[in-house]
Design a protein around this ligand. Sequence first.
Ligand SMILES: [Zn+2]
Length: 87
Amino acid sequence: MLKLIFFLFLLFIFVTVYSFKKRIDNILDALFPPKQRKNTNSQPEELVKCATCGVYLPKHDAVKKIKFNGEIIYFCSKECKNNYKKG
Ligand SMILES: [Zn+2]
């Protein structure tokens, strides 16, 4: 009889710990989303306009130039950047 109670007690502990662990995993997922979710960029890439030819391109592909007044201007290529200097 004592063995049976002990067995049921172990089973109870196991079920409790298991459900508790599942709950903690859910909380951790909510607090710290997996890295895969961070990498999927839900927001569209910001587009910038080439100051020379007027083409729109993603900001990370653009060639940047910072003007003396702190304003940042973008170019689609180094050629356009050079052409802007000339012009
Ligand atoms: Zn351009």
